[in-house]
Design a protein around this ligand. Structure first.
Ligand code: 0X9
Ligand code: ZN
Length: 318
């Protein structure tokens, strides 16, 4: 509200607890651009190209939410004074979902000075018998729940597991709300073919921030048996991002980490043909490691990498 000419906040759905009437949150996105008529509308035919970044789909990966809020501050405070930010917001819509899984974040925060290691959402209808320790927790893994190869490699059918895929594809309200938002922001640009829906180019870029392995990942994440039709372009962009980060590894998830199906990054490419990346931010050294790094690490270690990565990726959306 401090920057009404630059920002619009969109309520794109409710968290699971909110749908149950027991606490919970609105799911919120912010659109940042030098607003002209037609900008920041929930319509896939937009005047400007769109760059999208999301944090804390996995609740305990707190660096990703922190980076999202720093990005929002950097853009709103930099417009008119920082030439790079001004040029970006004059030409591009920047969308940010800082907290994609707010119920999970609430569970993390219930731990106070010893935050809880909640990864998944808070839906107990399938996982109510889980003990709530880091190895047995309630909820569905929102990065295994989409209909992009749902139930494939790297997914679990056990409701207490960290990688529980949920009772059916797209079962979770947080999943459905994100998909509806993305369908409102991006036209379906796919080509033909089920394992290779390659669009003509990589216009529009979606970044999902995760922690931690110092990696830049791109589809397909469900398998390494196939490359996408845009593999060369995506791999080239990932290489640039990894260089900007100071020498991270990059590749399809199965090349440098593991295969995992039903994730949101695959879904964005699979359903819409939009270029999509996961950044696994951190660890740094010493107290800058783990899911809950010392707060000063956000300023000293992570933001100096993530800020230029975001600026690079945002320019690639055009
Ligand atoms: O396993 C995940 O969901 C991600 N790693 S994390 O440690 N943050 O949990 C990696 C997801 C990579 N993308 C796909 N497999 N599609
Ligand atoms: Zn994650």
């Amino acid at each position: 509200s401090t920057y009404p000419t630059l920002t619009s906040v969109v309520d794109y759905g409710d968290s699971w607890r909110k749908t149950q009437g027991s606490g919970g949150y609105d799911l919120r996105a912010i659109c940042i651009t030098k607003k002209n008529s037609g900008d920041c509308a929930l319509s896939p035919t937009a005047p400007k190209p769109r760059f999208f970044v999301m944090g804390q789909l996995h609740a305990r990966e707190i660096t990703t939410g922190d980076m999202a809020y720093r990005w929002i501050d950097h853009l709103t405070q930099g417009y008119g004074t920082d030439a790079e930010v001004t040029a970006l917001l004059d030409t591009t819509e920047v969308w940010v979902v800082p907290i994609a899984n707010p119920d999970g974040v609430n569970i993390v925060q219930q731990g106070g000075n010893t935050p809880r290691y909640q990864r998944k959402n808070a839906n107990t209808t399938n996982g109510s018998n889980c003990s709530g320790t880091s190895s047995s927790q309630i909820g569905i893994d929102l990065n295994r729940n989409t209909d992009s190869h749902w139930g494939g490699e790297g997914t679990s059918s056990n409701p207490c597991d960290q990688t529980y895929k949920g009772p059916s594809a797209n079962s979770e309200v947080e999943t459905k709300a994100l998909q509806a938002l993305w369908r409102n922001l991006y036209q379906d640009r796919r080509g033909t073919g089920t394992t290779d829906p390659a669009p003509a180019d990589t216009t529009g870029v979606v970044i999902s921030m995760h922690s931690y392995s110092n990696l830049v990942l791109f589809p397909w994440g469900w398998t390494t048996s196939y490359k996408t039709g845009n593999d060369a372009a995506l791999r080239g962009m990932a290489k640039d991002m990894a260089t900007i980060a100071g020498g991270w590894q990059y590749g399809q998830p199965g090349e440098v980490l593991y295969n995992a199906a039903g994730a949101t990054d695959d879904w964005v490419y699979d359903a819409l043909g939009t270029a999509s990346f996961v950044w696994e931010i951190g660890p740094g050294s010493g107290t800058c490691s783990g899911f809950f790094p010392t707060f000063s690490c956000q300023t000293s270690t992570f933001w100096p990498k993530v800020k230029p990565m975001l600026l690079y990726a945002a320019k690639k959306a055009a």
